[in-house]
Design a protein around this ligand. Structure first.
Ligand SMILES: [Zn+2]
Length: 407
């Protein structure tokens, strides 16, 4: 089946995930989609097909050679972002895009405008798939699923391309940070894998943030304001003092590239008690540890002034996969070569976030991230160029080819 038809069929499944249900998959739509894909895998004649109760679907394209070759995996996620509805997605196709403003929804006056999204102009002359302005598109990550299965189909149709065993996996709940938790790395049994979950064409990522969250609690003492002199301790004001002690420029709005930050994501306060919630991010492990120590230091400083007022709870969330990829850099080199063969310029860049691949790498499956082709993820302005999806499929095919026959 054609890559784009496949993609257009997949986006019709509502697979929006939900961080509040505490279920896996977090929503039933994801399981329905997994079941439909399971059927498709059977029709394609794949082997070792498993769909577990958590919605993890895996399958094998067997090697077509008797030579001993590594097993490579390709992974994409079933869910779409909780940030925007994925119900009743009505994709629109704009052929031979001319660089002008695209009307997503005339009635509601919603446009995809290169004045706001200048990246659109990189795709003039190509065919774009957009939303109708009322939902997200779900190219994140259904483009990845369509690309993987189309690459498998491509290899099946061309037995002359020698390849080793290829494993594919589709997992739920990436968007709520739960995609890798119940991923059975042993059952998957690949030597390494790639998530097809990046953005624009060429993206190749094997570095992500080290991440922690911190909850800082300030306990005050409430007294009637009329008789509060030397008695009241206002936790809101102490929390405010704490906020101002952190470097102002080390915040998401002032950083890029490899610059880390402290990000105040929540504040809840009364005179009696104020709680600040931070996330801490840094690519560099030492700097990351230093940031956490700095928070603890500021807590001690606050307690020197207001004894027993302030406490902190720090939780590590995930780590930079770089340390797990560095010993196996050939898997990055293969991906770069595959891109060049497919006519794609590799753009290696650090992720300013995390990925399933990072967690999988720490679970023993080195797993960098490759572009799926879409832009403006998680909202109504999401779109994907058809040609980028075709290139992503070609990159998968070339990886399979290169693993069997390195240059
Ligand atoms: Zn994604």
């Amino acid at each position: 089946m054609n890559l784009i038809d496949r993609f257009l069929r997949y986006v019709k499944f509502d697979t929006q995930s939900d961080e509040l249900t505490n279920l896996t998959p977090s929503t039933p739509g994801q399981y329905k989609f997994a079941q439909a894909l399971e059927k498709e895998l059977h029709q394609m004649g794949l082997e070792d097909i498993t769909l577990d109760e958590n919605g993890y679907l895996m399958a094998t394209l067997p090697a077509n050679t008797t030579r001993q070759l590594p097993t490579v995996g390709f992974i994409a996620h079933l869910d779409t972002s909780p940030d925007m509805s994925g119900h009743n997605v009505n994709p629109q196709r704009v052929n031979n895009y001319d660089g002008s403003k695209i009307t997503l929804n005339a009635e509601k006056g919603i446009y995809l405008d290169p004045a706001e999204f200048p990246e659109m102009l990189n795709y003039v002359g190509q065919d774009l798939i957009t939303t109708d302005g009322t939902t997200l598109l779900g190219a994140d990550d259904k483009a990845g699923i369509a690309e993987i299965l189309s690459a498998v189909e491509y290899l099946q149709a061309r037995p002359e391309i020698e390849h080793g065993k290829i494993r594919v996996a589709f997992n739920p709940d990436e968007e709520i940070g739960q995609g890798a938790h119940k991923f059975d790395v042993k059952l998957f049994g690949a030597d390494w894998a790639y998530t097809m979950d990046g953005g624009e064409i060429g993206e190749l990522e094997f570095e992500n943030f080290n991440a922690a969250s911190a909850r800082v609690t300030f306990t005050g003492r409430n007294v009637h304001p009329g008789s509060a002199k030397h008695k009241m301790i206002n936790s809101i004001r102490i929390a405010n003092q704490f906020i101002l002690m952190l470097p102002r420029w080390e915040t998401p709005e002032h950083t890029e590239g490899y610059e880390g930050f402290y990000h105040l994501v929540g504040i809840e306060g009364s005179v009696e008690q104020t709680v600040l919630t931070y996330i801490v991010r840094d690519h560099d492990r030492d700097r990351f540890e230093r940031r956490k120590r700095e928070l603890e230091h500021l807590v001690r400083k606050t307690n020197n002034e207001f004894p027993g007022c302030c406490s902190i709870e720090i939780k590590n969330q995930y780590y930079n996969m770089r340390e797990k990829i560095e010993p196996v850099m050939h898997i990055i080199e293969v991906a770069e070569k595959a891109m060049l063969r497919a006519g794609v310029t590799p753009k290696v860049q650090p992720i300013r976030g995390g990925t399933d691949g990072a967690q999988l790498s720490f679970k023993g499956l080195p797993c960098p991230n490759i572009f799926a082709g879409g832009l403006n993820f998680h909202g109504r302005y999401e779109f994907v160029p058809v040609q980028s999806m075709e290139k992503a499929r070609d990159v998968i095919v070339e990886i399979a080819r290169l693993v069997a026959n390195p240059e």
